[in-house]
Design a protein around this ligand. Structure first.
Ligand code: RB5
Length: 153
């Protein structure tokens, strides 16, 4: 498994805690920045991670900003990305099981570092429910919205 990591200044605390977790568990990752608490623009880092995940260079992405919301908005504009803002265990599990989320987004001003690590662990260890047709059908609809072929008829 290989993970793409990114953050802005508002999420660097969570990203650093997640790096410790990944290193302890010998999970390969690349850190796309930022690397300090100096104020930066979150779309830059969200785009780098989202593009790398959409290009299948990484299995999953993890993005952190102040709320998790800005990075998720930016990431979800990249075709093929299903980025989810998570703030509890249930969301971390269900966005993998039901949405086949490929990017986990969290907010450094919303949740604590140990929560972010726990949600990361759940997210990375929960499979998509690919044997349940309704979930594959719905995720396929997301791709169709992405590529302009979706119809509600
Ligand atoms: C930065 O102050 C903050 O706006 C950013 O981290 C993020 O929360 C945006 O959604």
């Amino acid at each position: 498994m290989k993970i793409a990591l990114g953050c802005d200044h508002g999420g660097i605390n969570l990203k650093n805690a997640i790096i410790d977790y990944l290193e302890e568990n010998e999970i390969a990752f690349e850190d796309f920045g930022c690397f300090s608490e100096r104020s930066v623009d979150y779309p830059i880092y969200a785009y780098k991670v989202a593009k790398a995940v959409a290009d299948n260079e990484y299995d999953f992405g993890i993005l952190c900003c102040g709320t998790g919301i800005g990075v998720s908005m930016a990431a979800n504009k990249v075709k093929g990305v299903r980025a989810a803002v998570v703030s509890n265990e249930f969301g971390a599990e269900m966005t993998r099981r039901h949405n086949n989320a490929n990017i986990l987004c969290m907010g450094g001003r919303v949740i604590k570092e140990d929560d972010a690590v726990r949600f990361t662990d759940i997210f990375l260890n929960t499979p998509f429910s690919s044997d349940e047709e309704r979930h594959t059908r719905r995720v396929k609809m997301l791709s169709e919205i992405d590529n302009g072929t979706f119809s509600t008829e």
